[in-house]
Design a binder for this molecule. Structure first.
Ligand SMILES: NC(=O)c1ccc[n+]([C@@H]2O[C@H](COP(=O)([O-])OP(=O)(O)OC[C@H]3O[C@@H](n4cnc5c(N)ncnc54)[C@H](O)[C@@H]3O)[C@@H](O)[C@H]2O)c1
Length: 434
């Protein structure tokens, strides 16, 4: 099939690459010229394992092209997949301005009836609104398909090629069948629903996962005061098939480009329809507290942080990505510097993106060794493999004081107990002080 993907970010690029991999002719369109130039040279603008190899292979096979030209991408195309950003607006609602612009572009450049697949995360009712917007501005008919995306950054390719399910929401049977056909080579279970249900499935899923994280984090905070171990508790809970093991890792809260904004957008939708949804308010409140927890622990330990050198290991919102959107390292850096600490951070890939957001209020080290040198304490913020496999005993010898606040419970108890002198403060487990 001939497919255009509009918006070449994490979702659009992964989708375009994977659809070309299963044999479709894909043209990816983006307004960001620098991004398209990079992609044309076979360079991925995002860090995503396995992406670049598939990108170059499919470009060489002639199935994948990149362009900034709407004419090239949107005319004579039977399917247009829209994957532009839907960031958080000021009032918490999803900001649909990129989508509205994309719809206007589509209405100008299509020259036949077209299937429009909305992959961006959008509030209930958006597909109907976009259909009207396009048809009001052109003389062709569009068939809408809501096809929300569930990939995780860091495993985007694997998640797309081996998705748990594909949701196809449409009021138009023929369009739903066509999109089902498009995905058939993936052999992934497909659930066909109404457009509104498909739109809701995405928000309901993300808000559920965010709530699961806040739930286990609140259990962790309780574990700490009663003397239980949240990792054992999670293991015991997760084996129950009704609960499941995923998303029970206590830590310093969820971040990233999706959960924070999607929970707020769902709350906004609920409010707009007069539904209060206090559960979501608590999910957000717990997460806000959790994101600064390491600073609260450090303040309790030191009394004050003025002049303390704090090494922050990990900046990205999660491992295997350089994405800094809503990363806990952002509020942590702000709080630490507010209390007068000198922060030296290290991340295997996200430092450059972090500098654009956090700026020069903190220093960026080129290695773990450089970050921890003479530090008063280390904060573990992202559970990169490189950080999990640190030789903890050796790291402690480089520090001024052997103090670790581990926001991701990266180190087994035996590793810590094997250290000669250490103060180790994990999440939801008793501290180890030797
Ligand atoms: N990132 C994720 O892990 C993820 C997972 C599931 C769903 N989603 C959802 O998918 C959507 C896209 O997310 P993302 O992270 O890929 O966004 P992103 O910000 O990384 O990429 C969006 C891209 O769209 C481009 N764009 C904007 N307007 C355009 C236009 N008129 N024409 C062409 N290109 C245009 C931008 O230049 C940008 O490259 C969002 O709704 C998001 O909530 C994201």
């Amino acid at each position: 099939m001939k497919i255009a993907v509009l918006g070449t970010g994490y979702v659009g690029l992964s989708t375009g690459v994977c659809l070309s991999q299963i044999g479709h002719q894909v043209t990816c369109l983006d307004i960001n010229e620098q991004k398209i130039n990079q992609l044309r040279n076979g360079i991925s603008p995002i860090y995503e394992p396995g992406l670049e190899e598939l990108l170059t292979a499919n470009m060489e096979a002639g199935r994948l092209r990149f362009t900034t030209s709407q004419t090239e991408a949107l005319t004579q195309t039977e399917i247009i997949i829209v994957a532009v950003g839907t960031p958080q607006g000021e009032d918490g609602a999803a900001d649909l301005s990129f989508l509205v612009q994309a719809a206007k572009d589509i209405s100008i450049f299509i020259n036949q009836d077209t299937i429009i697949v909305i992959k961006s995360t959008v509030p209930v009712g958006t597909n109907d609104f976009i259909k009207k917007l396009i048809e009001d501005h052109c003389c062709f008919k569009v068939k809408m398909v809501s096809n929300p995306e569930f990939l995780r950054q860091g495993s985007a390719i694997e998640d797309t090629m081996k998705a748990d399910r594909i949701i196809i929401g449409s009021e138009n049977e023929e369009a739903a069948r066509k999109i089902h056909e498009m995905y058939r080579p993936l052999h992934v279970p497909v659930i066909v629903t109404s457009t509104k249900s498909a739109e809701m499935i995405k928000y309901a899923s993300n808000a559920f996962l965010a709530t699961k994280i806040s739930y286990i984090n609140e259990i962790a905070n309780l574990c700490e005061v009663v003397g239980a171990d949240v990792q054992d508790v999670a293991r015991g809970m997760g084996k129950d098939k009704r609960i499941g093991e995923a998303f029970l890792n206590a830590g310093i809260g969820y971040g990233g480009s999706c959960f924070p904004k999607d929970v707020k957008a769902l709350l906004h939708t609920a409010g707009a329809y007069g539904v209060k949804f206090p559960l979501l308010k608590e999910t957000i409140a717990i997460n806000d507290y959790q994101r600064e927890l390491l600073v609260l622990k450090a303040l309790k330990r030191f009394g004050g942080l003025k002049g303390k050198k704090i090494a922050m290991l990990g900046l990205a919102f999660k491992p295997e990505t350089d994405d800094m959107r809503e990363a806990p390292s952002i509020p942590l850096s702000a709080a630490l510097t507010k209390y007068g600490a000198e922060v030296v951070a290290y991340d295997p890939v996200a430092s450059e993106n972090a500098r654009k957001i956090i700026g020069d209020s903190i220093k960026y080290a080129g290695s773990i060794a450089e970050a921890v040198d003479e530090a008063d304490a280390v904060l573990i913020v992202t559970e990169w493999n490189e950080i999990k496999s640190i030789d903890v005993a050796e790291m402690l010898t480089k520090m001024k004081e052997p103090i670790i606040f581990d926001g991701r419970n990266c180190f087994p108890e035996e590793t810590i107990r094997a250290c000669r002198s250490v103060e180790y403060y994990p999440i939801g487990k008793p501290a180890i002080i030797i």
